[in-house]
Design a protein around this ligand. Structure first.
Ligand SMILES: Nc1nc2c(ncn2[C@@H]2O[C@H](COP(=O)(O)OP(=O)(O)OP(=O)(O)O)[C@@H](O)[C@H]2O)c(=O)[nH]1
Length: 316
């Protein structure tokens, strides 16, 4: 549990360096495994096996790893199996996996508001991501409202309140233990009355009780649907990249309990496990809206598949 809101320090940038830092272990592991291969005259099956293993160990998952292996085998590095040339092929194939899922979260709903339900386990960066999204939409001249649908913990309500104030957006909230569906109901009515463009709804993420979570999210959906049959327009799952393969099982569970329309992966600045993004794209094909690369309000970045592919391959 985290109740602290980090200081609002938006000065400086260097986000791409942080991103590269986050993927350094992934790319180092890959190139480390390549060192025995470089200098040989050709990529044979054994070397391809090593490379495939390295890709799996880097959290890219067996399917993406097999796909990249097949591409490398096709390329027939007969003579010049140098590391750079191999990594160029790896990056190209990763980019092809990532490109189809890159899709920003656009505000297009009519009538307004566009209702964005944000789901994910506690600690995944959900609250911070909501604040970052609110900030991003505001920068695009959209009006934003937040709904504190995680009523399970007073701290969660308070933390979202601090962010709302900081970003300068209204928030609809109720008491700890209140009914999330009724808060969401009030929020949709308020947002509709005030002509708000985007209503971002926080939800509880207690995975230890799947049934309860499922019931709660289903109830929120029912209430939303009563006010606006198209709502929620988006169900965004926030995933913490440092969880590695565990992030994949979270997709599985939340798809089942809530239906997921898109993903935001956070903490790609500090993780050795960012390769899981590729596994998620290959396995689920869900849109990836953005990535989190830090704790500051402007640390939500567009998902750029070509850049990420090169970062993972260590050749950006
Ligand atoms: N390094 C880094 N930290 C992040 C990022 N996103 C969120 N965090 C941090 O992760 C921690 C958890 O984030 P929250 O937004 O509080 O997560 P939550 O899912 O709402 O979790 P609870 O507050 O426990 O409900 C906080 O310390 C955030 O500052 C990111 O992209 N990079």
């Amino acid at each position: 549990m985290n109740t602290q809101v980090p200081p609002d320090n938006t000065a400086g940038d260097g986000w791409s360096e942080r991103l590269f830092g986050g993927f350094r272990k992934t790319s180092e592991r890959l190139s480390g495994n390549l060192s025995g291969i470089v200098g040989k005259t050709r990529l044979d099956d054994e070397q391809l096996d090593h490379l495939e293993d390295a890709l799996i160990m880097s959290d890219l998952g067996p399917r993406a790893a097999a796909r990249i292996r097949a591409r490398l085998a096709d390329e027939r590095f007969e003579r010049d199996a140098d590391e750079r040339a191999i990594m160029e092929v790896v990056a190209r194939e990763i980019a092809e996996i990532l490109r189809p899922v890159a899709k920003p979260l656009d505000i297009i709903a009519f009538p307004r508001p566009q209702v964005i339900l944000v789901i994910g386990v506690n600690g995944s960066g959900k609250t911070t991501t909501i604040a970052k999204l609110a900030h991003l939409f505001q920068e695009q001249d959209y009006s934003v409202m937040l709904a504190a649908g995680d009523t399970f913990r007073a701290a969660a309500i308070g933390q979202l309140g601090v962010w709302a104030e900081r970003v300068g957006v209204p928030i609809v909230r109720g008491p700890e233990g209140g009914d999330p569906a009724s808060i969401v109901f009030d929020a949709v009515k308020a947002a509709t009355d005030q002509g708000i463009d985007a209503l971002i709804v926080d939800t509880a993420g207690r995975l230890q009780n799947k049934r309860e979570l499922m019931d709660e999210l289903a109830k929120i959906r029912r209430v939303l649907g009563r006010l606006n049959p198209a709502a929620p327009h988006d169900v965004v799952l926030v995933l913490d990249a440092t969880n590695g393969q565990n992030a994949l099982s979270q997709i599985e569970v939340f798809k089942e309990v809530a239906g997921v329309s898109g993903l935001i992966m956070t903490k790609l600045d500090g993780t050795a496990r960012g390769g899981v993004l590729v596994a998620a794209a290959e396995q689920y094909g869900l849109p990836i809206h953005a990535i989190g690369v830090g704790e500051r309000i402007d640390d939500l970045r567009p998902f750029n598949p070509d850049l990420l592919a090169r970062v993972i391959a260590g050749i950006a």
